[in-house]
Ligand binder design. Structure first.
Ligand code: MV4
Length: 444
């Protein structure tokens, strides 16, 4: 196993990775920007190293700086966390070329899944259901029109290099297609450096359900059940839960099988997530695969008892999976609420100095957070300050426990989304756990 790992991330996930390293007896170096120099993960790390100024481009995304940091600290591996360099295939290539282990899947798997049009084609070949749409990227306006004729309206244009809701455009009628196609291409070129765009039928009123998978280098692959992430605002997830509520048993089994087929088809190693849309009738469709540890991974850890970050590190070190599919037995129901330093009504970021912090506790509660009293939430990064995760015997018990946990949490000095979550948990549409999906701006 590794002697030392460089953590190329910040905030709660840097602390989460540090905790896994500690428990495994692996020394951890936290790479940090200037503004994060006094952060909790840096203070708790075995070593730390400044990799640049506050803006992420100059520090957490600065590949030469991160690679140099690994070299000068004798780190044998780099854990990228989520965001930043976590799904950067070129970075994974460079790690490989430098003899540093990238803790994640192969550059090939990252690259393939990073091209959402190619991922869709791979899923189709693997036998996973996909949404009716174009075959590969659209070459020109004419191709867009013929693909649109075949699927009908409304449809959605998606940037092949996008993902997670970035670079998407809904088109409701034929008259709007040409203009939307060109705008989408131009935006994709500007945002992702590739103008490739594909289209799909727009599935109205779908739930977002994703399946956690693990694969080792010997080719063993298992799934760890699904998470429902339908409560979102502007593609930012706010609350995630598992098992996905109110889906038919055949749909759940089908999701798990399709996720494994997709993972198999890219020879996937490490922890990954296969995303699907699920409609009212229980039909499901592959949308994309995320080749990183996700923010919401603790939901799965709480139900299965498996430490996903530990597994990522073991797999990267060449260890075979210690679990067979039949060993995975999720217990009860888990919910995660993302706590952001934001106005709970407008979701406007509210960075600043945290004067008081009392996290919740008690039975069935987990808190992943880098907060400490006196900490200043910087304005330059995303505003996630804590994740509160609870487990209960069933969904009603988990909801009740989350209300209890949120109501005992104290954060002073910055506004947080806790009041939003308390309202959401009271909402009859959320509590029904089925269709429709809670309307955040209107009903809440
Ligand atoms: C869609 C869709 C409807 N139709 N694709 C969400 C995140 C990104 N991975 C893709 N997403 C969507 N893709 C088609 N063909 C709707 C979404 C979507 C969504 C889906 C379920 C629950 C919440 C959502 C919020 C935004 C977008």
């Amino acid at each position: 196993m590794f002697n030392k790992i460089l953590i190329a991330n910040r905030g709660e996930i840097a602390l989460r990775i540090l905790r896994a390293c500690r428990e495994m007896g692996i020394r951890a170096v936290v790479a940090h920007s200037k503004v994060d120099a006094n952060s909790l993960p840096v203070r708790l790390a075995d070593e730390s190293i400044c990799v640049g100024p506050d803006d992420a481009r100059s520090s957490y995304l600065n590949i030469p700086s991160i690679i140099s940091a690994a070299a000068v600290t004798d780190s044998e591996a780099i854990h990228p966390g989520y965001g930043f360099l976590s799904e950067n295939a070129a970075f994974a290539d460079i790690c490989r070329a430098c003899g540093i282990t990238f803790i994640g899947p192969s550059p090939e798997a990252i690259r393939l899944m990073g091209d959402k049009a190619q991922a869709r084609e791979l899923a189709r070949q693997a036998g996973a259901p996909i949404i009716p749409g174009s075959e590969g990227p659209l070459k020109d306006e004419d191709q867009a029109h013929s693909a649109a004729e075949a699927v009908g309206f409304p449809l959605i244009l998606k940037a092949a290099a996008g993902g997670g809701g970035r670079g998407m455009r809904i088109v409701r009628e034929r008259e709007a297609l040409a203009q939307a196609f060109h705008t989408c291409q131009a935006e994709a070129a500007a945002a992702f450096g590739s103008s490739e765009v594909y289209l799909e039928k727009f599935v109205e009123e779908a739930r977002h359900v994703e399946v956690q998978v693990l694969g080792d280098r010997a080719g063993t692959r298992i799934h760890l059940g699904e998470r429902d992430c339908s409560v979102q605002r502007r593609y930012q997830k706010l609350l995630e839960e598992s098992p996905a509520p109110a889906i038919p048993p055949a749909t759940r089994a089908g999701l798990h099988k399709a996720a494994l087929a997709v993972a198999q088809a890219v020879n996937y190693t490490s922890a990954g997530t296969v995303e699907f849309l699920v409609d009212r009738e229980g039909n499901f469709y592959f949308i994309e695969m995320n080749t990183r540890i996700q923010v919401e991974h603790p939901v799965t850890e709480m139900l299965t008892g498996i430490d996903l970050v530990r597994e990522q590190i073991l797999i990267a070190g060449g260890e075979p999976l210690r679990w067979r599919q039949s060993d995975i037995r999720p217990v009860g129901h888990a919910i995660e609420c993302r706590i952001n330093a934001e106005d709970p009504d407008t979701f406007t970021p509210n960075p600043g100095r945290v004067t008081a912090w009392v996290p919740p506790g008690g039975p069935g509660v987990r808190v992943d957070s880098h907060l400490m009293p006196g900490y200043t939430v910087p304005s330059v990064y995303d505003s996630l300050i804590a994740k509160i995760i609870v487990q209960g015997a069933d969904r009603p018990e988990a909801i009740n426990r989350m209300r209890r946990a949120l109501s005992e949490t104290i954060v002073e000095g910055v506004k947080t989304t806790i009041p939003f979550h308390l309202r959401l948990l009271e909402d009859p549409v959320f509590r029904a756990g089925s269709f429709p999906i809670p309307k955040l701006e209107v009903a809440l």
